[in-house]
Design a protein around this ligand. Structure first.
Ligand SMILES: [Zn+2]
Length: 58
């Protein structure tokens, strides 16, 4: 469960606000995390065991 704890405790690199977490696709288990101020977005893909990061949301 350490992986999941780390997922839910991450913060925006710019404003240090805790990221909002949503599961956009329950079947795939994909997790999307976004800064409430739209600085940063990060997607976790369990099937690929990788993150895709976006820091240019504007
Ligand atoms: Zn932010």
């Amino acid at each position: 469960m350490k992986r999941w704890l780390s997922i839910f405790n991450e913060r925006c690199p710019k404003c240090k606000t805790a990221l909002d977490v949503s599961k956009s696709n329950a079947l795939q288990g994909k997790v999307v995390k976004t800064c409430p101020n739209l600085h940063y977005k990060k997607e976790y893909h369990p099937a690929l065991e990788t993150y895709i990061e976006h820091d240019d949301m504007k």
